[in-house]
Design a protein around this ligand. Structure first.
Ligand code: FAD
Length: 384
């Protein structure tokens, strides 16, 4: 855990850690292998109130801050990265509605999101590209009191089970600056809007990743986030910072799992008459792994605190996501080396962590894009 956590945060972490030990870790590897959605785990997360963790109390949530959220995500990901991903798009969309929604939108959606009676997705990416957000093609045309939506989205985490998807759409083609052509529509599943095929993946199994198909789908005009066209790019960029905090915290959790396994194994496994933990080469690996994890956690909490304060957070969230995901990849590989041949075996969880980690380098904006965001922000003096 990071340096200064409050008593309340420590109690929440203890509760979630206990849940993960009892409900997640014993079943994660099997569910992962079978690529089965973890219904029982999600029911447990719901009972703990995790889907409403950051939603204001006035709407039935716990009203907790993003540092607490990061701590919770780390604990979940330590058990199984996928369950932290199930939370991610939900929390991003809840943030969007809380921060930018009209009073009616908050009233209509937040209580059901807080209870997880309604689960939410977040969709910007399309088959033609994810990094170049402003090139999206999904179109929403205003006709009377509705938007008619046409297009295909790609890589929608929770795409099949989310009843509500915060979707980036093009509402105009001729306005400058061009980002004002984009809006965020709170799309409810219904005729003409459904999940398409589910995409097979290297890791990050259990949670579905799907296409989203919009075919002359009608969404009520009052589902336009904030009620004003042209705000979607700005809104989604704010939302994705919450997503980057989730990814960074997830990376800390996955790396921590790998480290804990490696530490235990290094104490037990003996070569040349002594535990491998007594070989300096192994000790150096453990020292580097733990140092990277701690640094990643500190960057993550810094970004979360900054975002919570309402300050500009593109650089901080980008740094946290970049550093934590790269560190996670390195730590997991080192854990695999410490495990020797057993690291490559499906009988140990290391190979799962090794397959999960690379997603964090790509998801929520690739690390190449994070470097662009960080550099642009620094050059613009945005990280004061
Ligand atoms: C399992 C999974 C779940 C996902 N869930 C969601 C979700 O819920 N919602 C959602 O909207 N998206 C989601 N994504 C999509 C993800 O955000 C995109 O994959 C990511 O943004 C990259 O987009 P792309 O795959 O189209 O790659 P591209 O944009 O085609 O990029 C390809 C390569 O080019 C590099 N590149 C691109 N532009 C530049 C540049 N200007 N300078 C340098 N390098 C560049 C990229 O870094 C990358 O290495 C998910 C992805 C995965 C794999």
């Amino acid at each position: 855990m990071a340096a200064a956590v409050t008593d309340e945060q420590a109690a929440i972490v203890a509760t979630v850690r206990d849940f993960v030990e009892r409900e997640v870790i014993p079943t994660a590897s099997e569910l992962e292998r079978e690529d089965v959605f973890p219904d029982a785990i999600v029911a447990g997360m719901r009972a703990l109130g995790l889907f409403g963790l950051t939603i204001p109390e006035a709407y039935g949530g716990a009203g907790l801050d993003l540092v607490t959220y990061a701590l919770v995500v780390e604990e979940l990901a330590r058990g199984w990265m996928s369950v932290a991903g199930i939370l991610n798009t939900h929390v991003i969309t809840a943030h969007l509605i809380t921060a930018f929604g009209t009073a009616a939108q908050r009233q209509r959606f937040l209580p059901r999101l807080a209870s997880a009676e309604l689960r939410a997705g977040f969709s910007m990416s399309e088959p033609g590209g994810g990094s170049d957000v402003q090139a999206i093609r999904t179109r929403a045309e205003r006709r009377g009191d509705a938007y008619v939506v046409n297009g295909t989205k790609m890589w929608a985490t929770n795409g099949a089970r989310a009843g509500l998807v915060a979707t980036l759409v093009r509402t105009a083609t001729d306005i400058e600056p061009s980002h004002r052509q984009l809006s965020c529509l709170l799309c409810e599943k219904g005729p003409g809007f459904e999940a398409g095929r589910s995409i097979g993946k290297l890791g990050y199994k259990g949670v579905e990743t799907t296409e989203l198909l919009f075919r002359d789908n009608r969404q009520p005009a009052h589902n336009l986030l904030g009620g004003e066209e042209g705000q979607g790019f700005r809104q989604m960029m704010s939302g994705i910072e919450v997503g980057r905090i989730n990814v960074a915290a997830r990376a800390v959790g996955v790396a921590r799992a790998a480290f804990e396994h490696a530490l235990r194994y290094a104490r037990e496994r003996r070569t040349f008459g002594r535990p491998i933990a007594e070989h300096q080469a192994i000790q150096f690996k453990l020292a580097d792994m733990a140092t990277k994890i701690e640094a990643a956690r500190l960057l993550t909490h810094r970004a979360a605190a900054r975002k919570q304060e309402g300050r500009r957070s593109d650089v901080a969230a980008g740094m946290a996501k970049l550093f934590a995901s790269e560190a996670c990849q390195e730590v997991v590989l080192e854990a695999m080396r410490i495990f020797g041949g057993y690291g490559y075996s499906t009988e140990y969880p290391i190979e799962r962590l090794y397959r999960d980690a690379p997603l964090l380098i790509v998801g929520e904006g690739t690390n190449e894009i994070q470097r662009l965001i960080i550099a642009r922000g620094l050059l613009a003096g945005a990280d004061d």
